[in-house]
Structures are given as C-alpha cells and as structure tokens.
Ligand binder design. Structure first.
Ligand SMILES: NC(=O)c1ccc[n+]([C@@H]2O[C@H](COP(=O)([O-])OP(=O)(O)OC[C@H]3O[C@@H](n4cnc5c(N)ncnc54)[C@H](O)[C@@H]3O)[C@@H](O)[C@H]2O)c1
Length: 248
C-alpha cells in the first residue's frame, strides 16, 4: 500500500518507537490516529497527527478508539500495534543471603499479558471488524513483537506475549485474507527508546557487545521495516527480526 493512502492507527504513540512511526507516517502523507495512555506525550506529536487517549488494556476503549479513528480519518485501513510494557522478573528466584523464594507475581504476569497480548489482539479485532463492516479494503497491520519471542531470562510474561503475537500474525494473515488485510510483524532487538533507557549500564553494555553490528538500534531502523511491511503488498504473515544480528 502507498503511505499516502494510509488511514492508520498507531498505539503507544506518546514516546519511543510509536511516536517516531506516527511522525514518519504523517510526513509521508498518511492520515494518522495516535493513541496512548500518556496524553501529555501525545501532545508532543506534530499538529497533523490526530490524537486521543487510549488504554489498550480496556476492551471497550479499543473499540471506542477505532470508532473515533474511523470517524476522524474518514475510514481506517491500517494499524501499527505498538503499545507495550515490561514487568520483568524471574519466574522463581532464591535470595542468595536469606534463601527466601520469590515468585513472579500474578500482577506482573497479568499486566504484561493485558497490554502486550490481549490489548494488541483486541486492537486487531476492532480494526478488522470496522473494515469488514464498512467494506473498506485493502488494509495492513504491523504487530510489534520482539526478539524476546525466542525466549529471554527474566521475561516470561513479555516472551509469552511477544511470541504469541508473532504466531498470531500467521493466524490473522490467514483469517483476514478474505477481508483484503495483510498482517506482518517486526521483532526488534535492543532499540534506543525510553523503554531501554532505564536498563542498568552493565546489562546494557553486555547486550551491545553481543550485537554483531556493534550498536543499539534506533527507532528509524525499525521504521524502515514498518515501511516495508506497509508498502510491499506481497509481504504477509511473517515476522521480520531487526536486531543487528543479535539473534543469529
Ligand atoms: N525498545 C526496545 O528495545 C524494544 C525491543 C523489542 C520490542 N519492543 C516493543 O516495541 C514497542 C514500542 O517500544 P518502545 O521501546 O518504543 O517502548 P516505550 O516504553 O518507549 O513506549 C511504549 C508506549 O506504549 C504506551 N503504553 C503502555 N501501556 C499502554 C496501554 N495500556 N495503552 C496504550 N498505550 C500504552 C506507553 O505509554 C508508551 O508511550 C513495544 O511493544 C515494545 O515491547 C521494544
């Protein structure tokens, strides 16, 4: 699809990659509906980007946001399913000094699944339902998975969500073919955003040292993949790892 023809929803658009995607899309002539729980961050987006508060963990809000985007943009034909959170922790941990056993809390597990998997799924459901209801086609969805989809220590919750999102990219590409909607996913490695800026320096240095291209990725590196998924009408049902070679 041509970027100029996109009427596209971007979730988690208040900062980091989502904000970058919303800016790049608007610059390219797309009509953009940007949502986030962080309303203050949304205000920093350029004037041409339409914004509204969105909590993807709230099922009703997913539907309300898509209805608003449809009305505001005069239709919807795309989604960058980008909102995400971390609540890292080992599933089971034994304290070295006291020997006490700590478990990953249900709150940590549920919070990540609610945003990164259930929320992302309901955004897909609502977008495609609206497109089907209004006979709008073609369309494209870009799911933000992660390199964590292959498994990562201390991230059971995040891994479960991101692996499921990559797998359901195949499910949805098959289910939505009849609606003219393609579905792709991108699995970034370590990207410089507020999400990774909080990492401790030692862990960060070790990760960077393991990246064959020798640096952290930028939102622009990931935008190039997003752009490809939108523009290449023969791309469907696959997840692209953009990780500087980290997962080889
Ligand atoms: N930064 C990385 O290294 C990296 C790597 C792989 C995958 N990812 C994924 O890419 C996506 C973007 O990551 P980022 O690094 O820009 O993160 P970020 O934390 O900088 O931005 C995420 C945005 O999502 C928003 N958000 C959180 N919960 C929400 C909710 N319930 N409803 C709506 N919005 C919500 C936040 O307010 C924030 O603006 C995420 O899905 C993340 O898991 C990031």
């Amino acid at each position: 699809m041509n970027l100029r023809d996109m009427k596209i929803v971007v979730t988690g658009a208040a900062q980091g990659m989502g904000a970058h995607f919303a800016r790049r899309l608007a610059e390219a002539g797309a009509q953009v509906a940007a949502g986030d729980v962080n309303e203050a961050g949304l205000k920093e987006l350029p004037a041409g980007v339409h914004t509204r508060k969105l909590n993807v963990a709230d099922e009703a809000d997913c539907g309300a946001f898509i209805a608003w985007a449809h009305q505001t943009l005069g239709g919807v034909n795309g989604l960058i399913n980008n909102a995400g959170i971390l609540r890292d922790g080992l599933l089971v941990k034994k304290d070295k000094t006291t020997g006490a056993i700590q478990k990953l809390s249900a709150e940590q597990w549920n919070a990540v699944l609610a945003v990164n998997l259930t929320g992302a799924t309901f955004m897909v459901r609502e977008l495609v339902a609206k497109m089907a209801e209004t006979n709008q086609r073609p369309g494209v969805i870009v799911n933000m998975s992660s390199l964590a989809r292959y498994g990562n220590r201390g991230q059971s919750n995040y891994v479960a969500a991101k692996a499921a999102l990559a797998a359901n990219t195949v499910t949805w590409a098959r289910e939505f073919a009849g609606f003219g909607v393609r579905v792709g996913a991108i699995a970034p490695g370590m990207i410089e955003t507020p999400m990774t800026q909080g990492m401790n320096q030692k862990a960060r240095d070790a990760l960077v040292a393991a990246v064959p291209v020798g640096r952290v990725g930028t939102p622009e590196d990931i935008w190039q993949a997003v752009k490809f998924v939108i523009e290449c009408d023969y791309f469907n049902g696959r997840c692209i790892d953009v990780d500087g070679g980290l997962a080889m």
